[in-house]
Design a protein around this ligand. Sequence first.
Ligand SMILES: C[S@@+](CC[C@H](N)C(=O)[O-])C[C@H]1O[C@@H](n2cnc3c(N)ncnc32)[C@H](O)[C@@H]1O
Length: 461
Amino acid sequence: MTPTARLQAAIDLLAEVLATPRPADAVASAFFRARRYIGAKDRTDVAEKVYGILRRWARLHWWLNRAGYGGEGQPAVDARALLIADELLTRGRGAASVAEHFNGGKFAPMPLEAHERALIQELETHTLDHPQQPDAVRAEVPDWAADTLRQALGDRFVPEMQAMLTAAPMDLRVNPVKGTREQALAALAKAGVTAEPTRISALGIRVRNRFPIATLKAFQDGLLEIQDEGSQLVAFATNPQPGQQVVDFCAGAGGKTLAIAAMMANKGRVVACDVLDGRLKRAQERFRRAGLHNIETRPLKSARDPWVKRHKGRFDRVVVDAPCSGTGTWRRNPDARWRQLGPGLSELLPLQAEILDSAARLVRPGGRLVYATCSLLPEENQNQVTAFLASHPDFTLMPIQEAWPEGMGTPPSTGDMLSLSPARHDTDGFFAAVMVRQEAAPGAAEGTEAADEAVEDTAEA
Ligand SMILES: C[S@@+](CC[C@H](N)C(=O)[O-])C[C@H]1O[C@@H](n2cnc3c(N)ncnc32)[C@H](O)[C@@H]1O
């Protein structure tokens, strides 16, 4: 592809991302699947242009607004305007070079309109960052999350948000049912993949060069899974034992279920639940590939599905990897901060509390409840745990160091709860807290159960 054709392909892809209410990575996969003629190098270049723009979104919009775009009666901030601004402000292209590509030729962008020519003149001598940009713009944080993140992170606000702007690494987890990390590293080296052990996870591998991992035999044979190091550590916090009964209440496509079932060495039972049956079906394929036979799937109608009531107090471990704002995954999904594709905080906070409250009933006395999110927001994390503990006196917080499995290294020191972030741990942002259900006195247990039944009967009515 010529540079001009790549530019047009990037405009097409970005326009499709802007017009489609789906995550950018799903739109990009479909885009390239429908254009198999675009070779690997061109695909990388086009995707990098578009992802770069998603990472520089607030600053590019700041410049475009200043140049008279996006207001009432003004030209819209569309894919062409964003590409033009990015070429000039970030990639240091001169006005003449940018204008040259917009020539209306075969596979080239249409010729520039008058307002686009004016935009090029206006931006020509500038670069992306400007001292007048507010810090939320400089740090690429949307208004809805800026205040709470600033408050929660204090001095770390800008460095954490800047770390969120870097591209996420590709992490793999070794499946101990199939082999060791040494064997996996050797298989990767043989295939020409540059990789090294992760810093914290004892089962993790960080890949340093771009590689289609799914084409590797070690992946197809189930020795390797793609999983961020932070997500691996959340699974470790569960510390499941072989032979135990475990529920992964929000299993989704099974990322943590796989790690948990493998830590149990295929012994015992893991029930993977979710309200989205399609996700569980996709997870089943992964379970098969990993050679795990100790997992069953259980679609739920809602958090208060009658299955929960029927299985009260039966499980050693219950994991609630709750639906959340996903603020911890912004470096992996840079568009997520700007395009609210799922429910907002006003819906998520009560849903998280409800899921936690309902799933807690499954925990046996002496068993553990693990609450996790991929969020950096205290409302979704520490505050949910504090509120839960206040209304469930039969549960107490177990310090993460105490909950950690032997032989799996030590958890990063972030207090009693696990709180991972890109700037401090070079993982995605993850949170996990472990709570233990006390071996309650019979009278107290009856009281709690009666209260549970009352809540449940009201919810089911
Ligand atoms: C953060 S994702 C889970 C990711 C998954 N554990 C992993 O490691 O790959 C949250 C999941 O919660 C599910 N969910 C949403 N509402 C739920 C509910 N009321 N009960 C159970 N699961 C729910 C969503 O469908 C979604 O798959």
